[in-house]
Design a protein around this ligand. Sequence first.
Ligand code: HEC
Ligand code: HEC
Length: 140
Amino acid sequence: MERARLAPRALILAATAAMALWLAAPAGAQAPRRPRPLENIKTLKGWNGDEVRAEMRLMTEALGVKCDYCHVQGNFASDEKRPKHTARRMLELTMALNAESFPTHAPAEGQSKLGRVTCYTCHQGAQVPKQGAGPGAIAW
Ligand code: HEC
Ligand code: HEC
């Protein structure tokens, strides 16, 4: 009876130890993974890989979408999806607005490298920015 009660605990201990070993092993054995060089940059020219990927995360948040809204699964360089083309035009628009109106803005750590105006400024988490409530919505 006593043995039967102890056995599962011993098993759990052994499993935990095995798990810990399995988790610890790759960390020491593997060299840090190098991200692949970017192959199809037409708009964010001169940006390094980390900067491009950071902007991608901000764009995703700004539009309330996932990466696959613009990208084919497993091939970020592909231009197959239409929203990716729109996004390039939007990047140009955003960069033009910043160059024209906020040329001295210096983004802080973690902020968009695009400048003061970002995708979020207009999109606010939506794929298509809100149009406004329309005339007559506010009584003056
Ligand atoms: C709203 C559309 C959009 C979303 C969402 C988006 N991307 Fe992109 N992505 C683009 C555009 C546009 C480019 C090309 C930029 C250029 O030409 O300068 C690009 C380029 C890239 C590249 C460079 C590929 C190459 O080799 O040239 C990577 C990597 C990438 N995106 C990763 C991501 C990841 C990861 C996510 C999700 C976190 C993401 N993207 C979300 C539009 C998007
Ligand atoms: C100055 C405001 C503004 C900024 C900044 C802006 N957008 Fe847009 N975006 C719009 C408007 C307005 C539309 C809707 C256009 C329409 O109705 O055809 C739109 C549409 C889009 C669409 C198409 C959505 C759909 O479902 O049809 C994508 C994709 C997009 N924007 C991505 C971006 C990205 C990525 C950025 C940042 C690099 C960005 N936008 C910055 C105003 C903006």
